[in-house]
Design a protein around this ligand. Structure first.
Ligand code: TXA
Ligand code: MG
Length: 335
Protein backbone atom coordinates (compact mmCIF):
# COMPACT_ATOMS: atom_id res chain seq x y z
CA UNK A 1 0.00 0.00 0.00
CA UNK A 2 1.37 3.41 -0.95
CA UNK A 3 0.91 6.13 1.68
CA UNK A 4 1.56 9.86 1.88
CA UNK A 5 4.36 11.47 3.83
CA UNK A 6 1.86 12.81 6.42
CA UNK A 7 0.36 9.34 6.86
CA UNK A 8 3.88 7.89 7.31
CA UNK A 9 4.61 10.37 10.10
CA UNK A 10 1.32 9.58 11.88
CA UNK A 11 1.98 5.83 11.67
CA UNK A 12 5.59 6.16 12.84
CA UNK A 13 4.47 8.24 15.82
CA UNK A 14 2.09 5.41 16.76
CA UNK A 15 4.96 2.91 16.79
CA UNK A 16 4.13 1.37 13.39
CA UNK A 17 6.61 0.47 10.67
CA UNK A 18 6.70 2.09 7.23
CA UNK A 19 8.99 1.69 4.24
CA UNK A 20 10.73 4.88 3.15
CA UNK A 21 13.03 5.83 0.28
CA UNK A 22 16.65 6.75 0.90
CA UNK A 23 19.30 7.60 -1.68
CA UNK A 24 20.79 4.06 -1.29
CA UNK A 25 17.91 1.57 -0.95
CA UNK A 26 14.43 1.67 0.64
CA UNK A 27 14.47 1.31 4.43
CA UNK A 28 11.98 -0.37 6.80
CA UNK A 29 11.66 2.41 9.35
CA UNK A 30 10.44 2.56 12.94
CA UNK A 31 11.16 4.74 15.99
CA UNK A 32 14.71 3.83 17.03
CA UNK A 33 14.31 4.75 20.69
CA UNK A 34 11.29 2.47 21.24
CA UNK A 35 12.37 -1.09 21.98
CA UNK A 36 8.92 -2.50 21.06
CA UNK A 37 8.96 -0.90 17.64
CA UNK A 38 12.50 -2.08 17.02
CA UNK A 39 11.44 -5.66 17.81
CA UNK A 40 8.73 -5.38 15.14
CA UNK A 41 11.41 -4.58 12.56
CA UNK A 42 13.35 -7.77 13.37
CA UNK A 43 10.12 -9.76 13.28
CA UNK A 44 8.86 -8.49 9.92
CA UNK A 45 12.24 -8.98 8.25
CA UNK A 46 12.87 -12.36 9.89
CA UNK A 47 16.22 -10.88 10.86
CA UNK A 48 18.49 -12.67 13.34
CA UNK A 49 18.45 -10.77 16.64
CA UNK A 50 22.27 -10.72 16.50
CA UNK A 51 22.38 -8.37 13.47
CA UNK A 52 22.19 -4.72 14.63
CA UNK A 53 20.23 -1.95 12.87
CA UNK A 54 21.35 1.44 11.56
CA UNK A 55 19.91 4.49 13.35
CA UNK A 56 19.07 7.34 10.97
CA UNK A 57 19.40 10.99 12.04
CA UNK A 58 19.06 14.38 10.39
CA UNK A 59 22.52 15.63 11.25
CA UNK A 60 25.49 15.65 13.60
CA UNK A 61 23.72 17.64 16.32
CA UNK A 62 21.11 14.89 16.63
CA UNK A 63 23.75 12.16 16.42
CA UNK A 64 25.78 13.71 19.24
CA UNK A 65 23.08 12.72 21.75
CA UNK A 66 23.22 9.10 20.66
CA UNK A 67 26.94 8.25 20.46
CA UNK A 68 30.42 9.27 21.64
CA UNK A 69 32.17 11.30 18.95
CA UNK A 70 35.86 12.18 18.66
CA UNK A 71 37.61 14.52 16.22
CA UNK A 72 37.81 11.92 13.47
CA UNK A 73 34.14 10.91 13.63
CA UNK A 74 33.11 14.57 13.70
CA UNK A 75 35.15 15.13 10.54
CA UNK A 76 33.53 12.17 8.77
CA UNK A 77 30.08 13.63 9.51
CA UNK A 78 31.12 17.11 8.46
CA UNK A 79 32.51 15.91 5.14
CA UNK A 80 30.12 13.11 4.15
CA UNK A 81 26.73 13.74 5.82
CA UNK A 82 24.05 13.75 4.68
CA UNK A 83 25.08 10.89 2.42
CA UNK A 84 25.56 7.17 1.86
CA UNK A 85 27.89 6.48 4.79
CA UNK A 86 27.15 4.89 8.16
CA UNK A 87 29.56 5.22 11.07
CA UNK A 88 29.88 2.84 14.01
CA UNK A 89 30.65 4.52 17.34
CA UNK A 90 30.36 3.79 21.09
CA UNK A 91 26.68 4.21 21.94
CA UNK A 92 25.15 6.48 24.57
CA UNK A 93 22.41 5.34 26.97
CA UNK A 94 19.51 6.70 24.90
CA UNK A 95 20.03 3.94 22.32
CA UNK A 96 18.19 0.76 23.34
CA UNK A 97 20.19 -2.49 23.22
CA UNK A 98 17.46 -3.92 20.96
CA UNK A 99 18.73 -1.66 18.11
CA UNK A 100 22.38 -2.62 18.56
CA UNK A 101 21.74 -6.35 19.08
CA UNK A 102 23.19 -6.04 22.57
CA UNK A 103 26.40 -4.28 21.43
CA UNK A 104 27.82 -1.20 23.12
CA UNK A 105 28.33 0.38 19.67
CA UNK A 106 25.74 1.99 17.40
CA UNK A 107 25.64 2.50 13.62
CA UNK A 108 24.51 6.03 12.64
CA UNK A 109 23.67 7.55 9.27
CA UNK A 110 22.16 10.82 8.00
CA UNK A 111 20.45 9.85 4.72
CA UNK A 112 20.33 12.27 1.82
CA UNK A 113 16.82 11.82 0.48
CA UNK A 114 14.33 14.71 0.71
CA UNK A 115 11.42 12.50 1.84
CA UNK A 116 13.38 10.67 4.53
CA UNK A 117 14.92 13.94 5.71
CA UNK A 118 11.58 15.73 5.94
CA UNK A 119 10.14 12.85 7.96
CA UNK A 120 13.11 12.86 10.36
CA UNK A 121 12.88 16.61 10.67
CA UNK A 122 9.18 16.53 11.53
CA UNK A 123 9.40 13.51 13.86
CA UNK A 124 12.25 15.11 15.79
CA UNK A 125 13.54 11.66 16.68
CA UNK A 126 15.77 9.04 15.06
CA UNK A 127 14.55 6.13 12.94
CA UNK A 128 15.97 2.62 12.88
CA UNK A 129 15.88 1.40 9.28
CA UNK A 130 17.39 -1.72 7.79
CA UNK A 131 16.90 -2.32 4.08
CA UNK A 132 13.20 -3.05 3.44
CA UNK A 133 13.55 -6.69 2.36
CA UNK A 134 12.97 -10.01 4.07
CA UNK A 135 16.29 -11.00 5.67
CA UNK A 136 18.95 -12.23 3.19
CA UNK A 137 16.96 -11.26 0.09
CA UNK A 138 17.74 -8.59 -2.50
CA UNK A 139 17.32 -5.01 -1.23
CA UNK A 140 14.54 -2.88 -2.78
CA UNK A 141 15.38 0.19 -4.87
CA UNK A 142 11.77 1.07 -5.83
CA UNK A 143 8.47 1.08 -3.92
CA UNK A 144 7.21 -1.69 -6.24
CA UNK A 145 10.05 -4.00 -5.16
CA UNK A 146 8.79 -3.90 -1.56
CA UNK A 147 5.38 -5.24 -2.57
CA UNK A 148 7.10 -7.93 -4.68
CA UNK A 149 9.50 -8.97 -1.93
CA UNK A 150 7.03 -9.04 0.98
CA UNK A 151 3.74 -9.91 -0.79
CA UNK A 152 0.84 -9.70 1.70
CA UNK A 153 3.22 -8.74 4.50
CA UNK A 154 4.44 -5.59 2.68
CA UNK A 155 4.66 -2.53 4.97
CA UNK A 156 2.90 0.72 3.97
CA UNK A 157 5.34 2.51 1.70
CA UNK A 158 6.09 6.11 0.72
CA UNK A 159 6.99 6.11 -2.99
CA UNK A 160 10.06 8.26 -3.62
CA UNK A 161 10.93 6.85 -7.04
CA UNK A 162 14.03 4.80 -7.83
CA UNK A 163 17.00 5.13 -5.45
CA UNK A 164 19.88 6.96 -7.12
CA UNK A 165 22.75 5.04 -5.51
CA UNK A 166 21.12 1.60 -5.58
CA UNK A 167 23.49 -0.09 -3.08
CA UNK A 168 23.49 0.15 0.71
CA UNK A 169 25.68 2.73 2.47
CA UNK A 170 29.36 2.23 3.23
CA UNK A 171 29.66 1.09 6.87
CA UNK A 172 32.74 2.58 8.54
CA UNK A 173 33.70 1.37 12.01
CA UNK A 174 35.40 4.13 14.00
CA UNK A 175 35.76 2.14 17.21
CA UNK A 176 39.04 0.46 16.15
CA UNK A 177 42.49 2.13 16.18
CA UNK A 178 42.13 2.74 12.47
CA UNK A 179 38.93 3.50 10.56
CA UNK A 180 37.74 0.20 9.12
CA UNK A 181 35.23 -0.46 6.33
CA UNK A 182 32.80 -3.18 7.38
CA UNK A 183 30.67 -2.89 4.22
CA UNK A 184 31.91 -1.21 1.02
CA UNK A 185 29.58 1.27 -0.68
CA UNK A 186 29.46 4.30 -2.91
CA UNK A 187 31.82 6.26 -0.65
CA UNK A 188 34.97 4.27 -1.30
CA UNK A 189 38.11 3.57 0.70
CA UNK A 190 39.95 5.97 -1.60
CA UNK A 191 37.35 8.75 -1.06
CA UNK A 192 37.75 8.33 2.70
CA UNK A 193 41.56 8.23 2.69
CA UNK A 194 41.76 11.34 0.50
CA UNK A 195 39.26 13.30 2.58
CA UNK A 196 40.54 12.23 5.99
CA UNK A 197 44.26 12.05 5.20
CA UNK A 198 44.41 8.75 7.11
CA UNK A 199 44.77 5.10 6.26
CA UNK A 200 41.42 3.30 6.10
CA UNK A 201 41.35 -0.49 6.45
CA UNK A 202 39.06 -3.05 4.87
CA UNK A 203 37.49 -5.18 7.61
CA UNK A 204 38.46 -8.85 7.72
CA UNK A 205 35.05 -10.04 6.54
CA UNK A 206 35.08 -7.67 3.55
CA UNK A 207 38.39 -9.21 2.47
CA UNK A 208 37.18 -12.72 3.23
CA UNK A 209 34.02 -12.14 1.25
CA UNK A 210 35.95 -10.81 -1.74
CA UNK A 211 38.33 -13.78 -1.54
CA UNK A 212 35.39 -16.10 -1.60
CA UNK A 213 34.98 -14.98 -5.20
CA UNK A 214 38.34 -16.54 -6.00
CA UNK A 215 36.97 -20.01 -5.40
CA UNK A 216 36.31 -22.07 -8.48
CA UNK A 217 33.44 -24.40 -9.21
CA UNK A 218 33.33 -27.28 -6.78
CA UNK A 219 35.18 -25.47 -3.97
CA UNK A 220 31.93 -24.46 -2.48
CA UNK A 221 28.66 -26.34 -2.43
CA UNK A 222 25.62 -24.41 -3.65
CA UNK A 223 23.49 -23.29 -0.77
CA UNK A 224 26.32 -23.44 1.75
CA UNK A 225 27.46 -19.87 1.23
CA UNK A 226 27.01 -17.03 3.68
CA UNK A 227 23.96 -15.94 1.72
CA UNK A 228 22.73 -12.34 1.56
CA UNK A 229 21.21 -9.97 -1.02
CA UNK A 230 20.16 -13.11 -2.87
CA UNK A 231 17.57 -13.66 -5.58
CA UNK A 232 15.45 -16.82 -5.18
CA UNK A 233 16.88 -18.29 -8.38
CA UNK A 234 20.40 -19.66 -7.80
CA UNK A 235 22.95 -17.08 -8.98
CA UNK A 236 26.30 -18.08 -10.51
CA UNK A 237 29.11 -15.56 -11.12
CA UNK A 238 31.48 -15.65 -14.09
CA UNK A 239 34.37 -13.44 -15.18
CA UNK A 240 34.21 -14.18 -18.88
CA UNK A 241 31.37 -14.47 -21.42
CA UNK A 242 33.25 -16.80 -23.74
CA UNK A 243 33.96 -19.27 -20.94
CA UNK A 244 30.34 -19.17 -19.82
CA UNK A 245 29.07 -19.86 -23.34
CA UNK A 246 31.37 -22.90 -23.55
CA UNK A 247 30.52 -24.08 -20.04
CA UNK A 248 28.62 -27.31 -19.47
CA UNK A 249 26.73 -25.50 -16.69
CA UNK A 250 24.79 -23.36 -19.15
CA UNK A 251 21.35 -24.39 -20.38
CA UNK A 252 18.64 -22.66 -22.48
CA UNK A 253 16.50 -22.64 -19.31
CA UNK A 254 18.98 -20.22 -17.71
CA UNK A 255 19.11 -16.43 -17.83
CA UNK A 256 22.37 -14.59 -18.45
CA UNK A 257 23.07 -11.14 -16.95
CA UNK A 258 25.83 -8.97 -18.42
CA UNK A 259 27.14 -5.45 -17.76
CA UNK A 260 26.39 -3.63 -21.05
CA UNK A 261 23.74 -3.49 -23.78
CA UNK A 262 26.41 -4.41 -26.33
CA UNK A 263 27.26 -7.64 -24.47
CA UNK A 264 23.54 -8.41 -24.25
CA UNK A 265 23.22 -8.16 -28.03
CA UNK A 266 26.02 -10.71 -28.47
CA UNK A 267 24.32 -13.16 -26.07
CA UNK A 268 20.88 -12.69 -27.63
CA UNK A 269 22.31 -13.44 -31.07
CA UNK A 270 23.21 -16.84 -29.66
CA UNK A 271 19.58 -17.33 -28.62
CA UNK A 272 20.02 -17.11 -24.87
CA UNK A 273 17.77 -14.95 -22.67
CA UNK A 274 19.74 -12.03 -21.35
CA UNK A 275 19.42 -8.87 -19.23
CA UNK A 276 21.97 -6.02 -19.05
CA UNK A 277 22.90 -4.22 -15.81
CA UNK A 278 23.51 -0.99 -17.74
CA UNK A 279 23.62 0.54 -21.20
CA UNK A 280 27.14 1.96 -20.96
CA UNK A 281 28.91 -0.22 -18.41
CA UNK A 282 29.63 2.75 -16.09
CA UNK A 283 30.09 1.66 -12.48
CA UNK A 284 27.44 4.09 -11.20
CA UNK A 285 24.83 2.77 -13.62
CA UNK A 286 25.64 -0.87 -12.80
CA UNK A 287 25.38 -0.22 -9.04
CA UNK A 288 22.11 1.69 -9.47
CA UNK A 289 20.49 -1.10 -11.51
CA UNK A 290 21.95 -4.18 -9.81
CA UNK A 291 19.13 -5.05 -7.39
CA UNK A 292 16.44 -4.02 -9.83
CA UNK A 293 17.83 -6.39 -12.48
CA UNK A 294 18.20 -9.25 -9.95
CA UNK A 295 14.57 -8.80 -8.87
CA UNK A 296 13.45 -8.66 -12.52
CA UNK A 297 15.53 -11.77 -13.29
CA UNK A 298 13.90 -13.66 -10.40
CA UNK A 299 10.44 -12.92 -11.79
CA UNK A 300 11.34 -14.74 -15.00
CA UNK A 301 11.54 -17.98 -12.98
CA UNK A 302 14.48 -19.47 -14.90
CA UNK A 303 16.50 -22.47 -13.73
CA UNK A 304 19.66 -20.48 -12.94
CA UNK A 305 21.03 -16.95 -13.28
CA UNK A 306 24.54 -16.55 -14.70
CA UNK A 307 26.04 -13.09 -14.14
CA UNK A 308 29.18 -12.10 -16.03
CA UNK A 309 31.26 -9.44 -14.23
CA UNK A 310 34.77 -8.81 -15.50
CA UNK A 311 35.62 -5.58 -13.62
CA UNK A 312 38.22 -5.67 -10.86
CA UNK A 313 37.14 -4.83 -7.30
CA UNK A 314 38.08 -1.15 -7.33
CA UNK A 315 36.03 1.92 -6.38
CA UNK A 316 32.29 1.34 -6.57
CA UNK A 317 32.86 -2.03 -8.29
CA UNK A 318 34.20 -3.32 -4.97
CA UNK A 319 30.77 -2.73 -3.45
CA UNK A 320 29.04 -4.38 -6.43
CA UNK A 321 31.32 -7.44 -6.19
CA UNK A 322 30.88 -7.57 -2.41
CA UNK A 323 27.09 -7.88 -2.85
CA UNK A 324 27.37 -10.27 -5.80
CA UNK A 325 29.70 -12.67 -4.00
CA UNK A 326 27.29 -12.79 -1.07
CA UNK A 327 24.26 -13.24 -3.33
CA UNK A 328 25.81 -16.03 -5.42
CA UNK A 329 25.73 -19.74 -4.68
CA UNK A 330 28.92 -20.14 -6.68
CA UNK A 331 31.56 -17.87 -8.16
CA UNK A 332 34.10 -18.48 -10.90
CA UNK A 333 35.60 -15.01 -10.58
CA UNK A 334 39.30 -14.79 -9.66
CA UNK A 335 40.20 -11.56 -7.87
O1 TXA B 1 22.05 2.29 2.95
C1 TXA B 1 21.78 1.74 4.02
O2 TXA B 1 22.62 1.61 4.94
C2 TXA B 1 20.36 1.19 4.21
C3 TXA B 1 19.39 2.38 4.22
C4 TXA B 1 17.97 1.97 4.49
O3 TXA B 1 19.84 3.35 5.11
N1 TXA B 1 20.25 0.42 5.39
C5 TXA B 1 20.82 -0.80 5.51
O4 TXA B 1 20.59 -1.43 6.72
O5 TXA B 1 21.49 -1.32 4.63
P1 TXA B 1 20.85 -2.99 6.96
O6 TXA B 1 20.28 -3.30 8.29
O7 TXA B 1 20.33 -3.76 5.81
O8 TXA B 1 22.41 -3.09 7.07
C6 TXA B 1 23.05 -2.58 8.22
C7 TXA B 1 24.46 -3.06 8.28
C8 TXA B 1 24.52 -4.52 8.63
O9 TXA B 1 25.59 -5.11 7.90
C9 TXA B 1 24.84 -4.49 10.13
O10 TXA B 1 25.52 -5.65 10.55
C10 TXA B 1 25.72 -3.25 10.22
O11 TXA B 1 25.14 -2.34 9.33
N2 TXA B 1 25.69 -2.69 11.59
C11 TXA B 1 24.65 -2.09 12.22
N3 TXA B 1 24.98 -1.75 13.48
C12 TXA B 1 26.27 -2.13 13.66
C13 TXA B 1 27.18 -2.05 14.76
N4 TXA B 1 26.84 -1.54 15.93
N5 TXA B 1 28.42 -2.55 14.57
C14 TXA B 1 28.79 -3.09 13.38
N6 TXA B 1 27.96 -3.20 12.30
C15 TXA B 1 26.72 -2.73 12.45
MG1 MG C 1 20.14 -5.23 4.41
Amino acid sequence: MLISLDDAIARLNQGELVALPTETVYGLAGLALQANTVRKIFELKGRPSTNPLIVHVTDFSEAENLAEFNDLSKRVCKIFWPGPITIVLPKKDLIPLEVTAGNQTVALRAPNHPIFREILHRLKQPLAAPSANPSNRTSPTTAGHIAELFGDMAPPTVDGGACIVGLESTVLDLTYDKPTILRPGMITRNDLQLALGEEVLLGPHVIQRMNKAGQTAGDQSPGMSDCHYAPKTPLFLHADTKELLESAQLSRKDLIIVCTAEERNVIEQKDFSCLALSISGSEGEIARNLYSVLIQADKKKRRRLHLVFSHSPKGLNRAVLDRLTKAAVQSNIQI
